[in-house]
Design a protein around this ligand. Structure first.
Ligand SMILES: Nc1ncnc2c1ncn2[C@@H]1O[C@H](COP(=O)(O)OP(=O)(O)OP(=O)(O)O)[C@@H](O)[C@H]1O
Ligand SMILES: [Mg+2]
Length: 373
């Protein structure tokens, strides 16, 4: 049982600010995923939570108790590193037992805990092997086992699957999803993998340059990104951004014109205090690759410049003249040719408009209240 509260947490390395005013509430049993570009501070935030790094200011609370100055061993937290960090000369069993031995647990107690963790992770047959005799996925499971035996209040995972090949990743992703159900513990997970983030998370925290850009459930972030950065970061392949100009503002829609090709009315409710943009303002229209509709005659058209066939779906890169190509996702069973003119429309209710400050017209708050299922 552990809830976590991070309050106004900042971290500098020398003069460089790495994390700025991080405010984050994590509920008991919640699975929270940190995402963001390389170097944005994800690992640093995990290390601060684990106590492996000191904060420059702010507080970390576990179950309403300030732990900011407690050493890692007193926080009830276990961390699984990307590199596994197993002892090469010890067997899987010994690796998992090591921390308990140091903490002077009885032999019987250790055996019980290791066997239980081994059963959860299906490692029973492999306990006598040394790390070099194990596959990447098996080593990763031993590293997770080593965390489980400590019975932590909070699990921290720093890109645990990034060293594995594609099929092992999928298998391990399922293992972690199962673990989440079995252990019923609070988990914080860092990943670069969109699928892992979308499928595992109760709540995703998007970071950029040490600042939280948005917090919400995976689908909330997908449907309601509060700014251009989150819109481009969540979803794969990324949202298309099309430079446009406002041509009309009404109570229930905004009309924009893009690339001199035509106008499109996006249904958006006018805020209570009225629109704070005006006709002729430059905006960015955001359309996900899956929200184009192929048509016979228009209203828009472009030339196909590149085709990527993935089998179940096909990605078309379409030149719309005044901008770089846009990416359109279609079903895999249709035939297309490079050079062909493609007519299309866009699914307007799914479109986003961002103002010159890159904020969504929806004016969304930083945090979404997440209801637990
Ligand atoms: N000990 C340190 N001293 C100085 N700068 C550091 C130190 N550790 C990390 N940094 C810097 O802090 C920033 C954040 O690093 P961090 O490892 O948290 O990024 P990350 O989001 O985990 O990136 P990645 O996705 O590549 O793992 C980087 O610019 C990094 O160079
Ligand atoms: Mg990292």
């Amino acid at each position: 049982m552990a809830k976590l509260s991070i309050q106004n947490l900042s971290k500098n390395f020398g003069k460089v600010e790495i994390l700025r005013n991080i405010d984050l509430e994590i509920e008991d049993n919640e699975f929270v995923v940190f995402v963001g570009p390389s170097g944005c501070g994800k690992s640093t935030l995990l290390r601060l939570i684990a106590g492996l790094e000191d904060s420059s200011s702010g507080d970390i609370l576990i179950n309403d108790e300030i732990v900011t100055d407690l050493p890692p061993s007193k926080r009830g937290i276990a961390m699984v590193f990307q590199s596994y960090a197993l002892y090469p000369h010890m067997t899987a069993y010994e690796n998992m037992a090591f921390g308990l031995k140091i903490a002077k647990n009885s032999k019987q107690d250790i055996e019980e805990k290791v066997k239980k963790a081994a059963a959860i992770l299906q490692l029973e047959q492999l306990l006598e092997r040394k790390p070099k005799e194990l596959s990447g996925g098996q080593r990763q499971r031993v590293a997770i086992g080593r965390a489980i035996v400590r019975n932590p209040q909070v699990f921290l995972f720093d890109e645990p699957l990034s060293n594995l090949d594609a099929s092992l990743r999928i298998q391990m992703r399922m293992e972690i999803a199962k673990l989440k159900e079995t252990l019923q513990t609070t988990m914080i997970y860092v990943t670069h993998d969109q699928t892992e983030a979308m499928t595992l998370a109760d709540k995703i925290v998007v970071l950029r340059q040490g600042v939280i850009e948005q917090i919400g459930s995976p689908l909330h972030l997908y449907h309601h990104p509060r700014n251009l950065f989150v819109a481009g970061f969540i979803g794969s392949p990324s949202m298309n951004f099309i430079k446009s100009k406002i041509t009309d503002l009404q109570n229930d829609h905004v009309e924009v014109e893009f690339v001199k090709m035509g106008k499109v009315k996006i249904p958006l409710k006018c805020p209570e205090n009225g629109w704070d943009v005006k006709v002729k303002d430059s905006v960015t229209l955001g359309v996900r690759p899956e929200h184009f509709i192929l048509t016979e005659t228009g209203p828009f058209k472009g030339k196909i410049v590149l085709i990527e066939r993935l089998g179940s779906e096909t990605y078309l890169y379409v030149d719309i003249k005044t901008q770089g190509p846009i990416l359109i996702r279609t079903e895999g069973n249709q035939v297309f040719k490079v050079g062909q003119t493609l007519h299309f429309d866009i699914h307007k209710p799914e479109c986003h408009i961002f103002d010159e400050n890159e904020l969504s017209f929806e004016r969304l708050p930083l945090k979404q209240k997440i209801k637990k299922a």
